[in-house]
Design a protein around this ligand. Structure first.
Ligand SMILES: C[S@@+](CC[C@H](N)C(=O)[O-])C[C@H]1O[C@@H](n2cnc3c(N)ncnc32)[C@H](O)[C@@H]1O
Length: 351
């Protein structure tokens, strides 16, 4: 990579970068503790509390609370008065104390502290052995963190991307069917049941833990008659189709690379003529220059974080050929949020 246009680096600036990332590591653990010990919830309910008052309410060590509050104040997660009364800084109630809000980031942070930490520890060995620990077959907390981390994207697809496609809206309003590939904990399917009250909804996933959690959530929401979850392949869902729309949120890069073409081709086979495939995922850089393009930053760091899962983030070129080979139009492409790609394509012909 040419350095002609790069800023003049200094040793101080390079060292400061490392210190900032190390600070981010500590901030992740401070947030993890704040969630697990109920500190954010307590502060949301009791703004203007001293560390001692929080410690007393939650039966925790006063000294530990004092250091946690001071550090959170330094990180601008908490605000404080001069006499040591702490409150959540603006919007931190939403971002750290409101699971269920689309901008809640606790699940994403805890995917790091609860899972990525162990995955990274195991990576050293995996660099020699080449062994992976895939997404599937982990525990309920993992599924819950994942669905919290992607909630904003699920909402975007359910409430905006799909209803805004006229063909999809009219077909689903008329009782048509939608397939979600990789629904995980099924939060999006439950939202879609409200957005499209006449539609038949089907989810297909290969993760037994996710399938169980999804079925429990659907039953709890009283939607078992409307939403079917299938554990298996897309062909297993074919009899419930053809589908007016197929949606995948944070799934394409999770599909094993040697299965991806077949999975997307199967989407083509079970989609109605003129039906739509809507994908929200990440796009990996195709060139060295793109490695430092902010638009690819999130995809690059996810590719590293999920290296031990065996995930390979598709490039734009791979996405284009997958869609084309499956009989979809070249996808409309949009960048959203922290660096996610929305791809929307219509089926052109039977592949
Ligand atoms: C990151 S999770 C996303 C789950 C959900 N869409 C969400 O946003 O919370 C990826 C999901 O894709 C599923 N998946 C991976 N490969 C699949 C395949 N070949 N067929 C169906 N689902 C698959 C995984 O099991 C997992 O549930």
């Amino acid at each position: 990579m040419s350095n002609d246009t790069a800023p003049a680096f200094t040793v101080e600036a390079q060292a400061a970068k490392i210190f900032a990332w190390r600070r981010g590591f500590n901030a992740s653990w401070l947030i993890d503790l704040g969630i697990k010990l109920g500190l954010f919830k307590d502060l949301a309910a009791n703004p203007g509390s001293t560390a001692g008052a929080i410690a007393e309410r939650l039966q925790l060590q006063a000294h530990h609370l004092e250091i946690w509050c001071n550090t959170a104040c330094s990180f601008e997660i908490l605000d404080a008065t001069d006499d040591g009364k702490f409150s959540l800084a603006p919007f931190m109630d939403v971002v750290l104390a409101s699971p269920g809000h689309p901008r809640y980031t606790g699940g994403y942070v805890q995917l790091g502290t609860d899972y990525a930490s162990d995955d990274f520890r195991a990576l050293r060995e995996a660099f020699s052995s080449g062994e992976y620990k895939p997404f599937q077959g982990r525990d309920d907390t993992f599924s819950s963190h994942v669905s919290e981390a992607t909630l904003g994207l699920q909402l975007l697809a359910a409430r905006k991307l799909l209803p805004e496609i006229p063909f999809v809206k009219s077909a689903l309003d008329a009782g048509g069917a939608l397939l979600e590939v990789g629904p995980g904990a099924a939060r999006q399917l439950i939202m879609l049941a409200k957005v499209f009250p006449a539609a038949r909804l089907v989810g297909v996933d290969i993760d037994p833990t996710g399938v169980r959690i999804a079925r429990e959530a659907i039953a709890k929401a009283g939607l078992a008659e409307r939403i079917t979850i299938i554990e298996g392949s897309i062909d297993d869902a074919a009899s419930a189709g053809p589908f007016a729309a197929i949606v995948m949120v944070e799934v394409l890069h999770e599909i094993r690379q040697d299965w991806r073409a077949e999975v997307v081709a199967a989407c083509g086979r079970v989609t109605l003529p003129q039906g739509w495939l809507v994908v929200v995922d990440e796009t990996y850089p195709e060139t060295i220059a793109e490695l430092r393009d902010p638009a690819f930053r999130f995809a690059v760091q996810t590719g590293f974080e999920e290296l031990h899962w065996g995930n390979v983030i598709p490039t734009r070129g791979e996405q284009m050929s997958l869609f084309e080979a499956a009989g979809f139009s070249p996808p409309e492409r949009e960048l959203v949020g922290e660096g996610f790609t929305v791809l929307k394509a219509q089926r052109l012909h039977t592949p």
